[in-house]
Design a protein around this ligand. Structure first.
Ligand SMILES: [Zn+2]
Length: 90
């Protein structure tokens, strides 16, 4: 019998682990730069709890996790993405 385990990833803000499906993935893609939910490269995950994505330090934490500089526009895109994918069970 094969037991199916969810893929767990850690939120860079609250450091709790969640099923990857419930996290927003931010990737520094080799070709496309910073993209959400797809891409290949260094990735960071943020859970969809308001305390995390609306944290005033989230941009800093992301920059540190991805080892890159994030444009201010990125935060707007990021917030829209969170709002549109706000089907988190909680
Ligand atoms: Zn979190």
């Amino acid at each position: 019998m094969i037991k199916k385990n969810p893929v767990l990833r850690r939120c860079i803000s609250c450091r709790k682990t969640y099923d990857r499906k419930n996290l927003l993935k931010i990737t520094k893609d080799h070709k496309q730069g910073i993209i959400l939910q797809k891409g290949i490269g260094r990735s960071a995950y943020i859970c969809k709890s308001k305390a995390c994505y609306s944290d005033s330090k989230i941009k800093k934490k992301l920059q540190k996790a991805l080892k890159t500089f994030l444009e201010p526009e990125f935060i707007d895109i990021f917030e829209k993405e969170i709002a549109s994918s706000n089907n988190y069970p909680n």
